[in-house]
Ligand binder design. Structure first.
Ligand SMILES: NC(=O)C1=CN([C@@H]2O[C@H](COP(=O)(O)OP(=O)(O)OC[C@H]3O[C@@H](n4cnc5c(N)ncnc54)[C@H](O)[C@@H]3O)[C@@H](O)[C@H]2O)[C@@H](O)CC1
Ligand SMILES: [K+]
Length: 485
């Protein structure tokens, strides 16, 4: 498991590491990594480094220091460097001297165009928002590529909120670890491609990051691969209570998602049974939840309706001792009748988008989306998967996960039905609520990437079809094979 660490946690780790090293070592490591990445970009875009133009927007602190030291390294390779102090004349004095010695210049008025602009205005010491001069400079310079140093300046580093102006980067070169702004909220949209530079911080970081980020190895370790003694029942039976005469598609799509998961048996209960049977002959269909027989996990909600009959079916689902995923119309019903959740002991995963969140919580999610998911999870004693361009999962005890996969193409009708069905299958196979939510978001995002490769448009059915390949790629990429049951 990887993660993102708060500014305070990074500073604590840095302090420990710095105490073991000669002064300035860490900044030189950061600057070296930054200069290498800039040279790579310049070479790729311009055929070489020599003779290109780089402008540095330099703030007063160590973030500006990193940018200026990196620019000094580039200046020594023949890059024309112009550094602009953006907070009065205050800049890191030693780094500024190094730049001038290397042939770079500190100027008030840089050229209008540059091949690469280095955003060294604010790093982890920055409060949200940009100083006025930085905003003016950014607007006046036409840069082929904007590289943010550590974080895009102006964002709220610890939450990913962007309450005021901030830099939009093409590439962000982060030092030592990710920070929450790299993976959460609107800030994550400003990061561009994230490059991590190892400065030796790893062993000093708190083992519990502020935000957890799953990787292939986690997925492989959590995955329940069938063993030689397994049959369709022991692999987990998943029940899908979704769709209606009016919305049969939701039933078809959520069962597609469930079929792509690791469980061995999918039951469908609802009034779209005929359509489900036609599309998926392997699904065992009944008209009502109470006829469905035993399952190890339920999904309820997509295309379900919000009338009396739907509420009755939801109550039946919640009476079962199995873990449950609640999506779409089930979330609306929970918002109206929160008491239906109160007797429940088995795990529940809720998968709201922002409007559904508002129905459940009473107000829209805060810009700090990790905290927003966590407060709802705590209040309802459930796992919450808050959908968005960067989906977040929170457990009722405050653990927050950011999903690193996923693309804007996933925002397509029915995509959530597939996600919810797939998640229920993971739950039925024996994964915990949090892991099932994290793993489902991860693999669904990856499936969206596979289905949308080459800028292809993507439908929810395409995502469902690509899920088995996403699973295969993820398990093959991991160091550890899937766990045997
Ligand atoms: N300490 C170290 O040895 C290392 C530090 N690193 C760099 O140091 C950075 C942190 O540096 P600093 O702690 O000096 O802080 P910053 O460079 O982020 O900020 C500097 C100062 O800007 C002012 N400021 C903050 N927000 C503002 C706003 N919105 N408008 C106007 N002024 C504002 C404050 O006075 C703040 O102290 C990291 O992000 C990273 O780039 C890296 O080089 C790794 C090693
Ligand atoms: K920055």
């Amino acid at each position: 498991m990887d993660g993102a660490w708060s500014a305070a946690a990074v500073r604590r780790a840095e302090a420990q590491l710095m105490a073991q090293l000669p002064p300035g070592t860490l900044m030189q490591r950061a600057a070296a990594g930054l200069a290498t990445e800039c040279a790579r970009i310049l070479k790729r875009r311009n055929g070489g480094v020599y003779g290109t133009t780089v402008i540095v927007l330099a703030g007063p602190g160590d973030n500006g220091g990193d940018a200026l030291f990196a620019a000094a390294r580039l200046a020594r390779r023949g890059v024309r460097v112009f550094a602009v102090p953006v907070m009065g004349e205050r800049v890191h004095p030693v780094a500024a001297a190094a730049l001038t010695r290397a042939g770079g210049r500190l100027v008030a008025n840089p050229p209008r165009h540059c091949h690469l602009l280095l955003d060294g205005v604010l790093g982890i010491g920055g409060r949200p928002g940009l100083p006025g001069r930085a905003i003016d400079r950014l607007a006046a310079i036409d840069a082929d590529t904007i590289v943010a140093v550590d974080v895009p300046s102006g964002v709220d580093v610890d939450t990913g909120a962007v309450p005021a102006s901030a830099v939009t980067a093409d590439v962000t070169v982060a030092f030592g670890s990710r920070k929450p702004c790299h993976v959460l909220g609107r800030a994550a949209l400003l990061v561009g491609r994230l490059v991590l530079v190892d400065i030796g911080l790893g062993p000093h970081l708190d083992p519990h990051p502020a935000v957890r980020v799953a990787g292939d190895d986690d997925l492989a370790a959590w995955w329940h691969a069938p063993g030689p003694d397994d049959d369709k029942y022991t692999r987990g039976v998943v029940g899908v209570a979704a769709g209606s005469e009016r919305y049969p598609g939701a039933a078809v799509l959520s069962t597609s998602g469930a079929l792509a998961g690791p469980s061995g048996y999918v039951r469908y209960a609802g009034t779209a049974a005929e359509q489900v049977r036609r599309r998926h002959p392997e699904v065992v269909c009944t008209q009502e939840v109470k006829e469905a027989g035993r399952v190890q996990a339920w999904l309820a909600g997509p295309g379900f309706g919000t009338d009396e009959a739907a509420l009755a079916e939801l109550r039946h689902v919640l009476e079962s001792p199995a873990p449950v995923v609640l999506d779409a119309d089930a979330l609306t019903l929970i918002g109206e009748y929160p008491s239906v959740l109160s007797q429940r002991e088995a795990p529940v995963v809720l998968t709201p988008h922002d409007r559904e969140y508002e129905r459940l919580y009473g107000s829209p999610p805060a810009e700090d989306r990790g905290a927003a998911a966590a407060v709802l999870a705590k209040r309802l004693n459930c796992t919450v998967l808050l959908k968005g361009h960067h989906t977040v999962v929170a457990s009722s005890d405050g653990e927050v996960w950011a999903n690193p996969t996923g693309r804007p193409q996933l925002a397509t009708a029915g995509s959530g039905d597939v996600l919810a069905g797939f998640m229920a299958s993971l739950l039925a196979s024996g994964m915990s609520g949090v892991r099932a939510a994290v793993a489902a978001a991860y693999l669904h995002g990856r499936a969206g990437g596979i289905a949308g490769a080459g800028h292809r448009t993507v439908t929810a059915s395409d995502i469902a079809k690509a899920l088995p390949q996403a699973v295969g790629q993820t398990l093959s990429a991991a160091d550890t094979p899937g766990k045997r049951r």
